[in-house]
Design a protein around this ligand. Sequence first.
Ligand code: ADP
Ligand code: ZN
Length: 222
Amino acid sequence: MALNLLMLGPPGAGKGTQAERFARARDIPRISTGDILRDAVQAGTEIGRRATAIMDRGELVGDDVMIGIVRDRLEREDAKGGFVLDGFPRTVAQATALDTIMNGRDPLIVIDIVVPEDELVRRLGTRLICDDCGMNAPIAGGAATCAKCGGKLVQRADDNQAIVIERLKVYHRQSEPLVEYYRVRPTFYSIDGAQPPDRVAADLAAAIEAAGRTAMRLGAPR
Ligand code: ADP
Ligand code: ZN
């Protein structure tokens, strides 16, 4: 049975870090719509050119564009055996489209990572990313270069204070309703993202284990 995992949570909740770890451990692709968009911006594609201003303002790229990106990505061979979706869906319209895309496939396991607002603001204001490989590196680490590839650490363009506040507003308005959308499902779990990363990873693994057993019992909706 394919492990079709969806990570919910506000910006700064640690979705990216946990998604990356988990996907690597299970050898399934991590599909981050934020990364896909940042790659498109770097590559200067049509989608990238249109997305860059929207992302810099902390707003959301249009549903149609995002749904198209994810539909194509999930159809690729490497996603057939499971995936970790990070950053999508971000609106209820995206979630209903995803349900259509997932029709006939194994059920989604949905994990919501919960972190208090003040902690999110603190994290987003102090995080650095590698300019080359995109890896997250907390300022607290004190390093100037990426531990993975030696690239330069920089602040992400949308991590400055004003934009952080806007992204959190956008989250509450447009993405938080997703928690209610998915909460009623037997394969929904929420975990405490304010703990140290290893503890979050352990809770995540346990929640996915439990949700997986439920999903197995339900079988694929056909
Ligand atoms: P975060 O650190 O806030 O989770 P991401 O790296 O996931 O950020 O996404 C960065 C930006 O890319 C978002 O602020 C948004 O502008 C755009 N974006 C990413 N995923 C989506 C999506 N599913 N729908 C609309 N916009 C998106
Ligand atoms: Zn790097």
